[in-house]
Design a protein around this ligand. Structure first.
Ligand SMILES: [Fe+2]
Length: 341
């Protein structure tokens, strides 16, 4: 009992407050100089489980600052060399490349790189993946048969799909899919596709709202990440009860795998501890913490296993996209130009 209390006290989570203009404030965040500072845009439950596991193993205190991919990435860049951040964890790759392009990461230690297969981390070596999520189509079989689903994500810009699909288009999760499309198909094709999205898609608040709308029969299908569906199916099924998943495979932009990132800030005060933390997160033990967290994200390290309910990561036939080329600024510019953001 006492040990649990001590551990709970060692891992402190402080949300990053956002103002309306998209800049962030420091309200409520005061970094403890003794604690490893983890800026985290990952799901809170996953980061907290990693932090607790790490503290238990090493005795090193961890303080978590919570936020969303984009706002946290910009926060770190804005803070520059004065940033208290030692480690940055995200849900998707674009926020990592933002910090990478600002030159703020220290190279990933060799031990970490050795734990994660080369195809699952950026070729630059500036950061590593720590988890993965697959793009999927969620559909309502009462509204559309699986055989009538689009063969490619690119088809959804065609007039026949007007009003017939949904997406949480303004959220970082979805923007990562668009960023992957830019790498694969280029900016012009992606812009045309986004114009089709604006015309055809119903825009929902996020992945869960999209899945709920599909389940309620409001739209026949939606584009989401896999884990929202598996989480809901493992629980009450209240948001996904009438739906099924379809994987586009075939290296399609709609089979994009988004890697969640972990990186060490070169100006952080706790370099050795930060290296240890990333080693732990990408170890088989750390990846098991992810698998046991109920987040349903994929484990990425060699020898690590994901939740058994998931189809194997190696069976999804995603497009090959170097995670360090998945750029957040280009996506934001294109989506703003088209009038989605
Ligand atoms: Fe998410």
């Amino acid at each position: 009992m006492r040990r649990r209390t001590l551990l709970a006290a060692a891992v402190v989570s402080v949300p990053l407050a956002l103002s309306a203009c998209g800049s962030s404030s420091d309200a409520g965040y005061s970094p403890d100089p003794e604690a490893l500072q983890v800026y985290s845009a990952q799901h809170d439950a996953v980061t907290t489980a990693w932090a607790e596991g790490f503290t238990k193993k090493t005795g090193i205190k961890v303080q978590i600052r919570d936020g969303e991919d984009g706002s946290m990435g910009h926060q770190i860049v804005e803070e520059g060399e004065r940033s208290p951040a030692d480690v940055f964890l995200t849900e998707n790759s674009p926020a990592m490349t933002l910090v990478e392009d600002a030159g703020l990461f220290a190279p990933v230690p060799a031990k970490v790189a050795a734990q994660v297969p080369a195809g699952r981390r950026p070729s630059s070596g500036a950061w590593t993946s720590v988890a993965a999520r697959s793009t999927v189509i969620v559909y309502n079989p009462e509204k559309i048969a699986e055989k009538d689903l689009p063969a490619s994500l690119m088809d959804l810009q065609e007039p026949e799909w007007k009003g017939r699909w949904g997406a949480g288009a303004a959220k970082p999760d979805f923007q990562a899919i668009v960023a992957g499309m830019i790498v694969q198909r280029g900016e012009d094709e992606t812009k045309a596709w986004l114009e089709g999205l604006k015309e055809n898609a119903k825009i929902y608040e996020n992945n869960i709202a999209t899945m709920k709308a599909v389940s309620a029969g409001e739209v026949p299908m939606g584009v989401i990440y896999h884990y929202y569906w598996y989480k809901d199916q493992a629980g009450t099924k209240e948001s996904s009860g009438s739906t099924k998943l379809h994987y586009l495979k075939n290296e399609d932009p709609g089979a994009f795998i988004s890697f969640s990132g972990g990186g060490i800030l070169k100006n952080g005060k706790h370099q050795a501890e930060a290296r240890k933390f990333l080693e732990y997160v990408t170890s088989v033990e750390g990846q098991q913490v992810l698998a046991d967290s109920g987040s349903m994200e994929y484990a990425v390290s060699k020898g690590a296993t994901s939740d058994p309910a998931l189809p194997p990561l190696d069976s999804l036939d995603p497009p090959t996209v170097d995670p360090s080329k998945v750029d957040s600024e280009k996506v934001a510019t294109l989506m703003t130009d088209v009038g989605i953001l």
